[in-house]
Design a protein. Structure first.
Length: 269
């Protein structure tokens, strides 16, 4: 069951859940801030099973280019409840909530090194990557990001797009495969002995590998995790900033980048 949270007791439970997920010394979102967001008419929800809170999703209003959108700030699901569709159910509830209020766009950020989130956003939800920001939030201190710089990709979810509608009805977009996969002459970022390797290649599309488990890598080898951060920034990040499109993200950890068309008309900023 998914419900909007209003009562202080429910908001306190959500604050404690988010703190536990990110293993932070203080709440990720304080109860008073959650209460203020509710008062302002923002989106604050929880997902329950047998009365137990398993996950939560918080968003607030934003305005860009003369149009209102919802900025989806944080989505968290308990580790034991992950891969059970809780995150997908929360996002689809958020989509319906926005459409009922005449809002057609949701935006949020994600760490491009966490490739499973890239796959979820692009393929499972039908959203698109529209920006890349270097160290957007500064250095992180929670247990997941472990002191890393906070490069983030911005996701734009156009709720009435054909991809979003298809995903909502159980028809997610899966990347087409060719043989060999990926074409060796188009691999821009690859991996050798766990370390990133940037190759000198041209053409479109280009393929960039991301590490399989960046969270674990941050704990066991912070320097190697840092190498991956810089490599993804210099390949995926730079191409996005130059107007390239993230065509898809595969389950096994590849970003597929397509060059902008000659008449693309610039880069969204």
């Amino acid at each position: 069951m998914i419900k909007e949270l209003r009562d202080l007791a429910d908001l306190d439970e959500l604050a404690r859940l988010l703190q536990a997920i990110w293993t932070t010394p203080r709440p990720t979102l304080e109860v008073d801030l959650l209460r203020a967001l509710v008062l302002a008419g923002s989106y604050v929800t929880g997902a329950y099973s047998d009365g137990r809170l398993l996950g939560g999703l918080v968003g607030f209003w934003g305005r860009r280019d003369g149009e209102w959108h919802l900025h989806s700030h944080v989505l968290g699901v308990l580790p034991a409840a992950q891969r059970r569709g809780v995150g997908f159910a929360l996002k689809q509830h958020q989509r319906r909530w926005c459409l009922e209020r005449g809002i057609r766009t949701i935006r949020w950020t994600f760490d491009p090194l966490v490739v499973r989130n890239g796959y979820f956003n692009i393929c499972r939800l039908g959203a698109e990557v529209t920006e890349y920001h270097v160290n957007l939030y500064g250095q992180m201190e929670d247990g997941i990001n472990a002191g890393e710089e906070s490069d983030r990709a911005v996701v734009t979810w156009r709720l009435e797009s054909s991809k979003a509608v298809a995903a909502a009805t159980g028809r997610p977009s899966e990347p087409a495969r060719s043989v060999p996969w990926p074409p060796p002459e188009r691999i821009l970022l690859d991996q050798e002995a766990d370390a990133p390797v940037i190759r000198s290649v041209t053409g479109s599309p280009l393929y960039c590998r991301a590490p399989a488990d960046i969270v674990g890598l941050r704990h066991c080898s912070p320097e190697l995790a840092r190498q991956w951060r810089i490599a993804v920034r210099e390949t995926v990040g730079r191409r996005i900033q130059e107007g390239w499109r993230v065509a898809t993200v595969t389950r096994d950890g590849w970003y597929v980048l397509e060059a902008p068309s000659p008449d693309a008309g610039g880069v969204e900023s």
